[in-house]
Design a binder for this molecule. Structure first.
Ligand SMILES: [Zn+2]
Length: 214
């Protein structure tokens, strides 16, 4: 997975005392390259941490550092996402990572390759510890923050997306190999060896005591 730094002037260089707890998924309503120039424009006053798409459908551009707040998900209005409900009046941008996927214009949806690349990115964010679980609590869509203002952002099968993320996590962090199971014969031999060692120690201690007593 290759991530190219693009940068944007639209961010706050702080998380305002919050830590990252979730990922917010969007679609751009356009192409990745249009998004690049939009986020470069200070008067647009919008950004996200990442954008995915481009000619390969798998280009990843980064606009804002993860330690900083990008401007993508506020305000929360009648949110349905549980984490946003739990956070109450706190600006969702402060505790989220924003990812924009190409699509959502002229009837064009998100390309499956872009969705797949996005699942790699989210899996990596999880493996790196930015979110503490892969769940509907930590992976939300913009329309769950503002269902009436942003009812279409994004058009995504979120349960399938979570499945993709879980598959990628397994590939990024395979289960450690289990130690071989010992059979009883090996265990008995080990215990006998330990006993022999102990017997030798007792014997040499007795000889030592004998000497000291003379
Ligand atoms: Zn959005």
């Amino acid at each position: 997975m290759k991530i190219d730094w693009y940068g944007s002037p639209n961010f706050d260089p702080s998380r305002f005392g919050q830590k990252v707890e979730c990922v917010v998924l969007h679609w751009m309503g356009g192409t990745l390259y249009a998004c690049d120039s939009h986020f470069k424009n200070p008067s647009a006053k919008v950004s996200a941490h990442y954008g995915i798409g481009g000619n390969s459908k798998r280009e990843i551009h980064q606009y804002v550092k993860l330690e900083h707040t990008a401007w993508h998900g506020a305000p929360a209005v009648n949110p349905t996402a549980q984490i946003v409900k739990d956070k109450g009046a706190i600006n969702p941008n402060f505790y989220s990572i924003g990812i924009e996927m190409e699509g959502g214009y002229n009837g064009i949806g998100i390309d499956p390759s872009t969705v797949d690349e996005c699942s790699w990115l989210v899996a990596q964010l999880y493996v790196d510890g930015w979110i503490k679980e892969v769940s509907r609590y930590t992976i939300i869509m913009h329309k769950e923050i503002n269902p009436f203002g942003k009812p279409l952002c994004p058009n995504l099968d979120i349960n399938n997306f979570l499945k993709l993320v879980n598959d990628k996590v397994k590939q990024l962090r395979p289960e450690p190999p289990k130690p071989p199971v010992e059979d009883n014969k090996t265990k008995i031999k080990k215990l006998n060896d330990e006993n022999k060692k102990l017997a030798n120690t007792i014997l040499s201690n007795c000889i030592e005591i004998e000497k000291l007593n003379k």
